[in-house]
Every structure is written in structure tokens, then in C-alpha cells.
Design a binder for this molecule. Structure first.
Ligand code: 13P
Ligand code: SF4
Length: 315
């Protein structure tokens, strides 16, 4: 039996569901959809896991996505494909220094991006995703709240400029998005002005400034499907091209440049941690039950409140 068919059989036998992020391989994305699971952005991954009635959730993504699934479904078994698959935003926001930062600013609402550890989420008032950050901060700002934001400085700056909120930002960054280059993108735009530029807000501000559309992974996929342009330059992880090609097979997709002036397709826009997710590892964890996520109960309960606040707000 092929690996794919073995996975299908194991998913059935375990009453398990496969939940995949848009950045993992196309074959894992297809398998998730073929077996009743979902491919989505981080917000919908969390929501789907909570609402499904499977006993086991298999998360094809990175550690924080597995932890979020476990926090929202503590009674379910949550397995990740590789327990070394993490995220630079999560890694560079350790709970000890983050707690100190928060303690220094007790008058601010603590808003953290989903790309953080369970402990950091537990210290926060709100968890947001790229698809919900603007709305949540707008809401808090309208209520007169000052904000402490972590960990992504680029997303934080973007939200700050768009909402005019008083935001104090942790200085983290995504190693993938931070490498997109505004000078090379501008050169490309000047050469081909008819292209539509799509940018994930984890990118530097100068890159965001060149965008026709700024948004979460889902928003960027919808833009390719709905907009009239034929060619799109995409500043986010290139794993997203799988879904973009599916929704708009006749459109042309180009990776945004991550190297010097005048470069275009020579990008390395791919997350090494998302790359760690493979079909073989999926089969292995299903067979062995390895890589189960465990979170301290008191941490989980606190983190659950700040994630649930987001889910209720965006329902
Ligand atoms: P989305 O919430 O837009 O899916 O982004 C998650 C992520 O890790 C982006 O790098
Ligand atoms: Fe983290 Fe960036 Fe990888 Fe997303 S692409 S998981 S933000 S390192």
C-alpha cells in the first residue's frame, strides 16, 4: 500500500483528522482535504480542531499550531509531525523575558500573535492571528486601551500604522518574511507595472508599502482567486502556491525577491520548519502515537481564555 493510502487507513482506524497549514507540502495539503480535514491559516486550523469530533488531531505545521490545537481541545490527543518544527517568532520570545517586559508595563493590554508558546499566550490578554490582528487592535484602541504587542515587530508596526493605536512592540521577526527585499521588488514592479503585489504583514514595512494587497494567508489566496490581474508577485512562504494554483490555475504566480536589486525569482521564501512536515513522518506518528503535545494544566487554562477571546470576537 502507498504511504498515502496507509495514512488514510490509519486516520480512519484512530478516528483522527489531519489539519494542515498552507505552507506545508502540496501532498499533505491534498491529503488533509481528501480525508475530511482542513488546509487553512492558523486561525481556522485552531477553530476546526476545536469543532471536529475526532479523538486525535494530527497537525501538519509548526509547534505553536499543535499547542493551540491542544489548548482548545485538551481532551483530544494532538500529534505534530516533527517536534523540532518551530518558528523564529516563538523561539525569540522566551517566557522569562516576556514576563519582565509585561511587568514593566502593567497599564497595557497584552496582545500576542498566535506564533508564540503556550506560556506566552497564558500571560496575554488576547491572542491574535494575522487575519484578525487589525480588528482586535482597532477594537481595543476604540476602548481607550494602550497595547503591549509581541512578538512580530513588522506585523506590530503594520497594525500600529493602520490603527493609530498606542503600541509598544517586542522586536521579533519571521526569518522567512524578513528576507523579502523592497528594492528588488520595486525594480520588478517598475519593469512589470501590471502585476499585483501580495504581501503577508510579517514582511518589513518597506515591502508592505509596495503591496496591492496585505493580508493573512487566506486573504492572499482569495485575492489571487478574485482579482482581475493575471500575474501576482507573492511575498509569503511559497508553500501557499499550491492552494493559489488550485483556486486560479490560469494565473501566473511569481515569488517576491529575497535577494539583491533586480532579482526576481531567485527567492528562498520557504520556512525550513514547515518543510520538516512529510508524509513519512505523518504515517510514523499515526502508527506510534509519538510527538503528542502536553501542556501544563494551569498554563493551558489561562492560554485557552486568551485564544477563546479571539475565537468569540471573530465568530
Ligand atoms: P497565517 O495566520 O496567515 O496563516 O500565518 C501564519 C504564519 O506562520 C505565517 O508565517
Ligand atoms: Fe514562523 Fe515564519 Fe515559519 Fe511562519 S514562516 S512558521 S512565522 S518562521
Amino acid at each position: 500500500m502507498s504511504v498515502k493510502n496507509q495514512i488514510k487507513a490509519e486516520l480512519k482506524a484512530r478516528n483522527a483528522i489531519l489539519v494542515a497549514h498552507y505552507y506545508v507540502s502540496g501532498e499533505l495539503q491534498t491529503l488533509a482535504e481528501q480525508t475530511g480535514g482542513i488546509v487553512s491559516d492558523s486561525l481556522e486550523m485552531a477553530r476546526f480542531g476545536q469543532n471536529c469530533d475526532a479523538d486525535t488531531i494530527i497537525v501538519a505545521g509548526v509547534k505553536f499550531m499543535g499547542q493551540t490545537a491542544k489548548i482548545l481541545s485538551p481532551e483530544k490527543t494532538v500529534l505534530v509531525l516533527d517536534n523540532q518544527a518551530t518558528c523564529s517568532l516563538d523561539e525569540n520570545c522566551p517566557i522569562e523575558s516576556f514576563t519582565k517586559f509585561c511587568d514593566q508595563h502593567p497599564n497595557r493590554k497584552v496582545v500576542v500573535y498566535a506564533n508564540t508558546s503556550a506560556e506566552v499566550k497564558a500571560r496575554a490578554d488576547w491572542v491574535v492571528t494575522s487575519g484578525s490582528a487589525l480588528k482586535v487592535v482597532q477594537h481595543l484602541h476604540a476602548n481607550g486601551e494602550k497595547i503591549l504587542w509581541a512578538p512580530d515587530k513588522h506585523l506590530g508596526n503594520y497594525v500600529k500604522h493602520r490603527t493609530d493605536a498606542d503600541m509598544l512592540c517586542w522586536q521579533g521577526a519571521c526569518v522567512v518574511h524578513e528576507r523579502f527585499r523592497a528594492d528588488a521588488l520595486l525594480a520588478f514592479k517598475n519593469k512589470c507595472p501590471e502585476v499585483c503585489v501580495l504581501v503577508h504583514p510579517e514582511s518589513p514595512q518597506e515591502v508592505v508599502n509596495l503591496a496591492d494587497v496585505v493580508g493573512s494567508t487566506t486573504a492572499l489566496i482569495n485575492a489571487v482567486r478574485d482579482r482581475k490581474e493575471q500575474t501576482f508577485v507573492v511575498a509569503t512562504d511559497n508553500g501557499i502556491f499550491h492552494k493559489m494554483r488550485e483556486v486560479a490555475p490560469h494565473k501566473t504566480l511569481i515569488e517576491a525577491p529575497t535577494v539583491g536589486v533586480g532579482a526576481n525569482c531567485e527567492s528562498c521564501a520557504h520556512c525550513k520548519w514547515m518543510e520538516m512536515n512529510t508524509l513519512d513522518k505523518c504515517l510514523k506518528v499515526l502508527k506510534t502515537g509519538k510527538n503528542a503535545i502536553h501542556i501544563d494544566e494551569s498554563v493551558s487554562k489561562k492560554a485557552q481564555q486568551s485564544i477563546q477571546r479571539l475565537l468569540d470576537f471573530t465568530a
